[in-house]
Structures are given as C-alpha cells and as structure tokens.
Design a binder for this molecule. Sequence first.
Ligand SMILES: C[S@@+](CC[C@H](N)C(=O)[O-])C[C@H]1O[C@@H](n2cnc3c(N)ncnc32)[C@H](O)[C@@H]1O
Length: 238
Amino acid sequence: MLNGTVGRPVTHRLPGMSDGLESLLDGQLAYYRARAPEYDEVYGERAFRSLTDLVDELPVGGDVLELACGTGQWTVRLAGRADHLTAVDGAPEMLDIARRRVEAAGLTATFEQRDLFSWRPQARYDTVFFAFWLSHVPPQRFAAFWAAVAGAVRPGGRVVFVDTDAAERLTERAAPGDRATVLRRLKDGSEHEVVKLFHDAAVLAADLAKLGWTAQVDPADGGFIRGVARLTDRSARD
Ligand SMILES: C[S@@+](CC[C@H](N)C(=O)[O-])C[C@H]1O[C@@H](n2cnc3c(N)ncnc32)[C@H](O)[C@@H]1O
C-alpha cells in the first residue's frame, strides 16, 4: 500500500473533472511519485528506440527547458544538445532518478521541483520541451498551461512536444464516467485515476491556434504525435 504522504489509491472516491479537479491533480502527482521506481519499465526496447529516433529528430537547441522530465529518459539526450538544460518535474523521486541519469552520462542540467499547474516561468528559453505530459493536462487547465509556457519562450523560440496519439486510447482502461481519466495500477496493487487525453494531431493544432500558437502537429510511427509550436504574434505577448 502507498503511505499517506506519497500516494492515494483510488478506492474511496473518484474525483470528477469539475468536481474535485484539484484532488484529481494531486492524486495524479502522487501516483507518479509512487511510480518513479518502476516508471522506466514503460519503455520496452522497441518503443524506446522508435521514440529515441523521434526525439532526436525534433528541433531542440539553445537554452532548453524540459517540463515533466520524469526519470530523465529524454533529459539525458536533450542535455547533450542544449547549451544549458533546465529540467522540471513535480515529483522529487522522478527528479532524483533523472539527476543520477544525467550525471552518469557526464552531462549537466539544472533540476527544479515545480507543480506545473501553478508554475510561472522565471526565465525564457529557446526551446521548451515536454514528452508525455500534455495528455495529463485536463481541458480546464489547457489554456492556463499554454499561457505559462508562452511566458517561458524567448522571441524566436519554440515549444516541442511528443505524446501518445488518439489510437492509444485502446491500450488504457477508461475510468467510469466522462472525465477523460484512466485507471492505472502500480506493482503494489494500488489503483490510481489519472487524466489522460488522447489528442488528435489536427484537433490539437487547431486548439493551439485559438490560443495564439502556430503549431505543426503530426502523427508519428508507433502511436505517437509530435508537435512544434511557435507564438503566432510574439509582440502581442511581450
Ligand atoms: C508520463 S510522465 C512523463 C515523464 C517523461 N517526460 C517521459 O517522457 O518519460 C509524467 C510526468 O509528469 C510529472 N507530473 C505529474 N504531475 C505533475 C505536476 N502537477 N507538476 C509537475 N510534474 C508533474 C510526473 O512526476 C511524471 O514525471
């Protein structure tokens, strides 16, 4: 069982998307904190290789900010390409693993623990990167998240992201109700409800356009989408 400070199994109450959103997002972070030691098992060899190729082809450079870095699977690759890399996650357990991975590779990065639902950037970057994070941002927080990201992008900079595509819905267990959430089980048997949106590439690009981004979002092999977004009218936001 998870202890009271790290995880809250979903056994008593399933918070809804409008009812108990804060509680749902707290539970989501608690789930990832508890999952950190077993997280890397998600990357089977084949999936990891195709994702590595995908990430390596993305336009990443200059000062880079990685959001929701997890165990650092991408952090270590980005660190080799960035002038400087800052990696952020809400889970200290994830950050510890990521830090060790980057150090073991003889690379450097700055690690910061932040809750991305209240995060306000203190600096601007040439590239803001996130992998498998956007699908965990609920619709009610989508615009606020992208507004925060806009504040982290230097003029001429870009946002680069990778996530699961709409077809991956079939690989998850939807939670009861219409909350865009799924149920996940950890090795200790505990069950957790997390937000999981399966973005369609074209719909996502259109949604981002409404928020002032020019985004190219494409399906990628292996059940993924890849996106590159730039602020459409930078001057309106600076
Ligand atoms: C699906 S994992 C992605 C990790 C990594 N980017 C990858 O591709 O392997 C989602 C990450 O979001 C982090 N996370 C969850 N809720 C968060 C929050 N509110 N603020 C910051 N990070 C959070 C988790 O700790 C986890 O590392």
